[in-house]
Design a protein around this ligand. Sequence first.
Ligand SMILES: C[S@@+](CC[C@H](N)C(=O)[O-])C[C@H]1O[C@@H](n2cnc3c(N)ncnc32)[C@H](O)[C@@H]1O
Length: 316
Amino acid sequence: MSDAASFEKINYSIRPAKATQRRMIIEAIGRLASFGPLQDYQYIGFGSTFFIDFKLIHREYGLTDLTSVEIEREKRNRFDFNKPYSCVRMFYGSAAEFLGSHKMRWSTPSIIWLDYDYRLGDSVLADIHRVIDKAPSGSLLLVTVDAEPPDLDERAEILGEDIDLDWLLEWVEGEKLFRLGGWGLASAYHGLASASVESRLRKGPGDRLWRQIVHFHYADGHRMLTFGGVIVDPADLGSFDRCNFDDLEFFQSGAEPFLIEVPNLTGPEIHRLAQGMPKLNKRTRDSMQRLSISEEDVDNYRRLYRYYPQFVESHA
Ligand SMILES: C[S@@+](CC[C@H](N)C(=O)[O-])C[C@H]1O[C@@H](n2cnc3c(N)ncnc32)[C@H](O)[C@@H]1O
């Protein structure tokens, strides 16, 4: 692994879009209770040094079967030091190693968040396949990957020559044009991963189904893609329907993503807007307009306000 890992460069606790997404995912997890008591689930994630996902899930639902997988094994002292609860077990090694080891208990219903800090590739697809093959019905799999399109230098390096920008922003595959600029790479990744999940399920034993429930695009810096769904035996489709995932505002079952765009607002502005929630009336909108806050920011706040993080400076 590289000398400077993502957790050394990025403070995951103050990334507003990531924080918003985490809270949405926590809300979605609560719906799994239709399959059985949430406390019977195990959570497997990449807690990094901040363990924010672990803290939320433990505080919110009391889950105690928690495993954090961490590939940066040579820095284990730092992860051990930051482990928030005694019920968080650490596994040092890659997700592939963990999922292929006897430490992974496949008989337990699982919430698995493969929260990578790099792009989708064969190793990510192989991890997804392992989960799809073995996780019991009612398990939730979430995958996050970096979907920032390669910059010009990187593209030129890949191709080994100077290439025209417009040409580079398009990936020609037969008659298909995948636009890889902007959110194009995220869309291409989502298409690829979804097809791969479906084909894996078709080849596997039984006739299990993949029901996608979330598909996020967000960017605190790099563009990121998260998608997630529940693995369901046909006999459990009733339990899945009772989860009512589709009434979550951010529910997305297909290729259309939910874009998390967190408006940059001050505490007093948030307070004023929050007073108008859940329905924003004209008076509140007008008061925002007088402050030169754009309609777009107001609408984004309305879509996200229940999950909107507020960061305060502390003197710890
Ligand atoms: C994006 S951070 C996790 C953030 C955290 N889940 C949160 O909600 O804030 C990714 C962490 O997983 C580790 N990691 C990346 N790829 C991994 C892999 N294939 N297997 C295990 N750990 C990995 C990184 O070293 C880093 O600490």
